[in-house]
Structure formats: structure tokens, C-alpha cells
Design a protein around this ligand. Structure first.
Ligand code: 3H9
Length: 709
């Protein structure tokens, strides 16, 4: 047939195999190959039935996502998609059995549902993850799935996109049989059995039993819409997915398909879809480090140690235990050790009570954590992560101690969020082994590690850190060394503008509401309260001597700290909190402090618009992001985007701050930055890179492309 799709025979059964590594995406040539194979098998009088299977590690993982950009940019005609291919399969008079291993996702599951029967190995997964790319299933998924599994299951799968394991898919009616042993042999036997049964081939489009009760359908759709409201704030695709499933429950198949096509197109051409596709490829792009070969031998990480049993140290320790890596957990006093271990236990117990972990799994993980008060066993560790207070003198003392007891090839990682990694490394005799592993709080939950490369960090230590991040189920993002690194250096500018806006006339609730409505997980001031205002206070004091004289600095947060208002943990910060409740409540006392401070500083308060709040906070990120990019602190703009989405609650559907700036247009962003410089002074000095890109009509995405990404 073609190299992408091959046709072979096992007696009277034709076997069509898709060979498009790594994930058998439906790239150009694959659908054509399937049609040609089905037609050839249909014509062959000796063939009684057909099996469709994926070669390599998986069945079809979906449409080729790279093709979508070509359609939206007009490089490629949208034509009629996969429907004619699926129709040829569905109308084939010989039974087609789809044999699933790995993942049948998106267009893969849609192809499977156009077969007459589906069998799978027990480890297989099926799913319609399109909404994670900002689109809906576009090849009949929203129409065939409800007919196979009912409206409730289809709405859940199409709106949230989570994978469904084969046993659950069997229960739901999506697959017909689980195959133990050899998949192809089992599928061939099943096809033979179906052919011999003399029954006509079953077409999903003809099934009506599971969508026949309007009351059941309506209740399921209402529940789906409720769930979308709660779980998918701001997202377009999940809402449209439910609309499409609703069409399946009300309209004949062909009309439902037409409705799906209309909704699919609306989603595909939206900014959200473009942003989410950028995020899909971004998550994979950040793993690629120029100059570091994939084949570099890594340091095997079989045992870890964590120094410091506070919130961060405890969370980091849990990550190692979750990945099955034994970990020493060190504190300096029994009391601190017990407290830290108690918090870890409480976190695991909460996950068990939510049903996301079994008691047995919790016990296994706890057994991997060894609490210690000394460095006695530290020479066994392949990696030691320091997670003590954010103070240079203390960190250097710890690293001097570690240098004496760690094996020469062990990685010495610091969880510092701002401090100079080279200075920390200078406390050891082996700076090549030292690197930053900046986890985000809560470290057992947040999916990112900012990996800070020191001047002398060795390529092997860097490569091992990146691979380790993946093993810990995180995304590692490699950044250079500077004050605050990539994330907190930019965040400092964002926080600064949020606080200046308060002094100039906005309220705490107004600033937070505007950014929350933009899609941020939390507003900047609520984030401050969550993280602890004392943390940034301590950092400010550490770096005070570096502030240029006369520079404007926010005036209120230090006063809040002086009053003991550290945020949620003290029941008061920018907001006030009632005991045992994390809901931020407006606090007139804070408003009074802000107004008095502004008056004392001679700042005339005025009405501040939503637009100004967005531009001041978001463009401050972009401008500093461009500086960070030009300095090489970030490898690519997409690294900044991914760190902000995964570490700072930036909405994925905006694509990250740099992608968002591209969406707005860099000319417009640059013009605003220049205007802000005129109004507010040198803190807004435009980044030369932003200027250059804006003036040459380019984007940050172009900048990344020029770097070979
Ligand atoms: C769809 O189907 C729409 C339909 O309704 C039809 C409408 C008409 N396309 O993730 P990995 C690449 S929308 C192109 O590292 P894993 C990926 O970029 C689609 N490329 O492997 C990477 O490239 P590189 C719905 C794809 O084992 C390489 O393959 N489907 C695609 O950790 C390996 O990927 C989805 O959304 C693709 N569809 O995970 C599924 N998939 O090596 C998306 C992967 O250059 N895919 N690549 O960096 C996945 O979820 C995971 O890749 C999967 C494997 C779980 C399959």
C-alpha cells in the first residue's frame, strides 16, 4: 500500500498496520493508506474480515497536530477532514476489528469508532483529548461516542479529555473485548468469529439505545455544563464539546456531524486553540537543550537526600517517594523532623481520602522516606537537594558541609528561588556538580522545576537534572543564573506594577479581580498572601543595597510585614482571613494604609481602568521577559511561557506571557511600554529585543524559530 500503511494477511483475515512513528498520528498519507487498504481487502474475495492495528508503541494518537497550524494560517485547505475515510470503513461489508494498544486518542479513537468492533490490551487507553488543544473532536467523536457509551460518558470525555483505561472503556461500551496475550492474534480470532457469525457489521452511527431517553440525556448535559463551569473557567472548547454531544442526542447522525464540523471550525480558528497547541509543543520543546547531546550518559539517581524539612523540603521529598526513589529527609531537631514528617503524612492521607491514592500506596511511599538528624548516610545519595531558608550565608554553610560528606559524583542541588547559584557553588570544591532545582510551592503538586545552570554546572549534571524532572513527573525548564532567575525576576516586575497601581488608585480586590478574570489562577496580591509576604520581604532586605538610588519602590508591603501581616499564615496580609478559612476578605485597614501611604508620598490617586491594570502588569512581564531572552537567561520565549503557565498560574489558553504579547502584536506592546516609560520613568525602559522585534514586524515565535526551534 504505502510505507505508512501496510496490508498483510493472516489466513482469511486482512491485517492493516499503520507505521507512522513515534505515535502513528494521522499525518498526510495515513488516512489515504487506510482507505486504499480497506478497499483492497474488500475486493479480495479470500478475505472474510479485517483487523486495523498500530505498529510500534501505540495505536493512532490522533490527528497530526502540526497540520492544524497550516490550516489556520491558510497554507492548507481544511477540506473535508477524515469523514470520507471513516465512512469507507464503516460501510465496508466485511467486519473491521480495531486492535488497540498504547493510546487511541482523538482522531485515533474516532478511527477506532468507525470500525465495527474494538478490542484492546488491558493497558491501553482511549480518549478524546482535543479540548486540551482548544478544539473539539472533529471526525465524528462527539457523535459516535454518545451512541456507544451514552451522553454522560461522552460529555465527560469530550469536555475534559482525560484518558480512559481499557477496562473502564469496556464497561462503558467503547470497546468490546480485552485481549490477554498477543493483540493481533486475538483481534484476528475475533474478526474471524464476527465474520462467521453471519451478523451484519455493526455501525456506531446506527446505534440509538444509549441516546434514546431525552430525560437521561438532558440531565447528563446539564451535569456536564455544570462541571465545565467549575473546572474549565474561561475555556471555549469544553463548552462547545458539550454542545456537539447535545447535537448527537437530538439530531440524525449526518446533521450532528455537520454541527460538530461547525463547532470544530469555530474552536480551531480561535486564539485559544492556537495558544494551547503552542503549549502542547512547548512542553516538549523545553526538554531540548542546545549543545547537550541526548546520548550523554546520565548519573543514575537511585537514592536521594533532602536537607530541610519545611514546606518546600517536605514537598520535594514527596516527589522522590512518589517516583519510587528512597530519600533521606533531614532536619536539625527532632521536633522539626516530626513536624515535617507529620505534614507529609497529612498530605498523603488527604490524597487517600480523596480516593486518588490507596492506603497501601501511601504506606509504600512513606516507607521510602527515612527521617534523619545527621549526615551519616548522605554518602549513599546520588543527589542531595538543599531546601533551607532563603539566606545566602546559611545556604553556603550547608553546601560547605555537603561538600565534605557527599560522594564526588553526587549532584548537589539548591532549591533557591533567587540567590546566586555560582556563589552557593563557590562554597564547595566541586562547582561542576552544583545546580539549582527551584521547585514551586506546593512542591508535591506543581508540575515544574526551574533548573538553574551555574557557570560551571557540568553538561552531565544538567542532562541528569532534566531527565530527573521527567522522572519526578515534572517539566524541567533550564534557565541561566541571575537574581530571581527567569521566574521570580519577571514576577518581581509584575508584583511591583500591581502594588504601584494600588498606590495610584486601584483597590486590592480590583487588581486581583482583573487578573483573575484574564485567566490567572489567582490575582497577584492573593498570591502574595498565599506565598507569605515575609518571604519577599526577606529577599528585599537581602538585595536592598542593589537598588539604584532614588528608584521608585512599592511602599505598602513592607508596612504590612512590619505589622506582622504575612498573609494567609498569620490570618492577615493584603486581605484578612477568618480562622481555618483561606477565602480572602477585603480589609478596610489595608485600604487605609494604602491611601495614607500614597498621600505621604505625594501620589495623587485616580480611577484606574481594567485596561491599564492588564497592560501595566502583563507588559511588565513581557518587557522583562524580552530582556531575559536577550541575555540568554531563557533559552527560548516558549521556555518563559511554559514556566509561567506551570509555575505561576498563567492561563494556558493565553499561551504564556510572550505568546500573548505576540497575539496582541509586538508593535502595540512596544508602543505601550514606551508610553509607560514616559509616564513612570526608567523602570519601564523598553527592552532592546522587544524594540527590535516590534520594529521589524517580528514575533517572539519568530525569535524562537531563528534559534532553531
Ligand atoms: C485530533 O485528533 C483531532 C481529531 O478530532 C481529528 C479532527 C479532524 N501530532 O508526547 P511525546 C509528537 S487532535 C503530531 O513526547 P509520549 C510529540 O510532539 C489530536 N505530533 O510521547 C513528540 O515529538 P518530539 C488528539 C505528535 O510517549 C513525539 O510525538 N491527540 C502528536 O510521552 C512523542 O510525543 C492528542 O492530543 C500528534 N497527535 O506520549 C494526543 N502526538 O519527539 C497528543 C505526539 O519531536 N499526544 N506527537 O518532541 C499525546 O498525548 C502524547 O504524545 C502520547 C505519547 C500520550 C500519545
Amino acid at each position: 500500500m504505502s510505507e505508512l500503511v501496510t496490508l498483510s494477511k493472516d489466513g482469511d483475515i486482512a491485517v492493516i498496520t499503520i507505521n507512522n512513528p513515534p505515535v502513528n498520528a494521522l499525518s498526510p498519507g495515513v488516512p489515504e493508506g487506510i482507505v486504499a487498504s480497506v478497499q483492497a481487502a474488500q475486493k479480495d474475495g479470500s478475505v472474510k474480515g479485517i483487523v486495523l492495528v498500530g505498529g510500534g508503541r501505540t495505536f493512532i494518537a490522533g490527528a497530526d497536530i502540526k497540520e492544524f497550524g497550516k490550516i489556520t494560517s491558510g497554507q492548507k485547505d481544511r477540506n473535508v477532514g477524515l469523514h470520507p475515510v471513516l465512512q469507507v470503513m464503516e460501510d465496508c461489508p466485511k467486519p473491521i476489528v480495531c486492535a488497540i494498544h498504547g493510546t487511541a486518542f482523538g482522531g485515533g479513537l474516532e478511527t477506532a469508532m468507525a470500525c465495527h468492533y474494538r478490542v484492546a490490551v488491558a493497558s491501553a487507553q482511549v480518549g478524546q483529548p482535543e479540548c486540551k488543544l482548544g478544539i473539539i473532536p472533529g471526525a465524528g467523536g462527539t457523535q459516535r461516542l454518545p451512541r456507544l457509551a451514552g451522553v454522560a460518558v461522552a460529555a465527560e470525555m469530550c469536555a475534559f479529555g482525560d484518558p480512559v483505561p481499557a477496562p473502564r472503556a469496556l464497561q462503558a461500551g467503547i470497546i468490546d473485548k480485552i485481549i490477554d496475550g498477543d493483540l493481533v492474534a486475538g483481534a484476528v480470532a475475533y474478526a474471524r468469529e464476527m465474520a462467521a457469525s453471519g451478523k451484519p457489521s455493526r455501525r456506531a452511527r446506527d446505534l440509538t439505545g444509549k441516546i434514546s431517553d431525552p430525560k437521561v440525556n438532558e440531565a447528563a448535559l446539564a451535569a456536564g455544563r455544570d462541571a465545565v463551569k467549575k473546572r474549565s473557567r474561561g475555556l471555549l472548547a469544553p463548552r462547545k464539546a458539550i454542545d456537539a454531544v447535545e447535537a448527537a442526542s437530538r439530531l440524525p447522525f449526518d446533521q450532528g456531524i455537520a454541527k460538530e464540523a461547525e463547532l470544530f471550525k469555530e474552536c480551531l480558528f480561535s486564539d485559544q486553540s492556537k495558544a494551547l497547541i503552542h503549549v502542547f509543543f512547548g512542553e516538549r520543546a523545553v526538554a531540548k537543550i542546545p549543545g547537550i547531546s541526548k546520548d550523554l550518559p546520565l548519573i543514575p539517581i537511585k537514592r536521594a537526600a533532602v536537607v530541610g524539612g519545611g514546606t518546600m523540603g517536605g514537598g520535594i521529598t514527596m516527589n522522590y517517594a512518589n517516583a519510587g526513589i528512597p530519600v533521606l529527609f533531614k532536619e536539625i531537631s527532632q521536633e522539626a523532623l516530626d513536624k515535617g514528617l507529620g505534614i507529609i503524612k497529612k498530605n498523603y492521607a488527604a490524597t487517600v481520602s480523596k480516593g486518588r491514592l490507596t492506603q497501601e500506596q501511601m504506606d509504600q511511599r512513606m516507607a521510602l522516606i527515612e527521617p534523619v538528624l545527621t549526615y551519616d548516610k548522605f554518602e549513599e545519595a546520588d543527589i542531595i537537594v538543599e531546601a533551607v531558608f532563603e539566606e545566602m550565608a546559611l545556604k553556603k554553610r550547608v553546601f560547605t558541609e555537603l561538600d565534605k560528606i557527599a560522594r564526588p559524583d553526587a549532584i548537589l542541588a539548591s532549591n533557591t528561588s533567587t540567590l546566586n547559584i555560582d556563589e552557593i557553588a563557590s562554597a564547595t570544591s566541586r562547582p561542576a556538580q552544583v545546580i539549582g532545582h527551584h521547585f514551586f510551592s506546593p512542591a508535591n503538586v506543581m508540575r515544574v522545576i526551574e533548573i538553574v545552570r551555574g557557570k560551571q554546572s557540568s553538561p552531565r549534571v544538567i542532562a541528569t537534572s532534566m531527565a530527573l524532572a521527567k522522572k519526578l513527573n515534572k517539566v524541567g525548564i533550564l534557565v541561566g543564573n541571575c537574581r530571581g532567575f527567569l521566574g521570580n525576576r519577571m514576577f518581581h516586575h509584575y508584583q511591583r506594577e500591581a502594588q504601584f497601581l494600588l498606590e495610584e488608585g486601584a483597590t486590592v480586590e480590583q487588581v486581583d479581580a482583573v487578573l483573575y478574570d484574564y485567566g490567572m489562577a489567582m490575582g497577584p496580591l492573593a498570591v502574595g498572601d498565599l506565598a507569605g509576604l515575609d518571604v519577599s520581604w526577606r529577599i528585599r532586605k537581602e538585595f536592598k543595597h542593589l537598588d539604584p538610588p532614588g528608584i521608585r519602590v512599592p511602599l505598602v508591603s513592607d508596612q504590612l510585614c512590619e505589622l506582622g501581616r504575612y498573609g494567609q499564615k498569620t490570618g492577615a496580609g493584603w486581605y484578612r482571613y477568618e480562622a481555618g478559612n483561606r477565602t480572602p476578605l477585603p480589609d478596610p485597614q489595608v485600604q487605609k494604609i494604602i491611601e495614607q501611604t500614597a498621600a505621604k508620598a505625594g501620589i495623587k490617586r485616580r480611577a484606574i481602568s481594567t485596561e491599564e491594570i492588564l497592560e501595566r502588569t502583563l507588559y511588565s512581564l513581557v518587557n522583562e521577559g524580552a530582556n531575559i531572552l536577550a541575555e540568554g537567561i531563557a533559552l527560548r520565549a516558549v521556555d518563559i511561557d511554559m514556566l509561567y503557565i506551570l509555575g505561576y498560574g498563567y492561563p494556558a489558553y493565553r499561551g504564556g506571557p510572550m505568546w500573548y504579547a505576540d497575539t496582541v502584536g509586538l508593535k502595540k506592546v512596544y508602543a505601550k511600554v514606551c508610553e509607560f516609560e514616559k509616564q513612570h520613568g526608567s523602570l519601564w525602559a523598553p527592552s532592546p529585543l522587544l524594540k527590535e522585534l516590534a520594529e521589524s514586524g517580528k514575533t517572539f515565535a519568530d525569535f524562537d524559530k531563528s534559534k532553531g526551534e
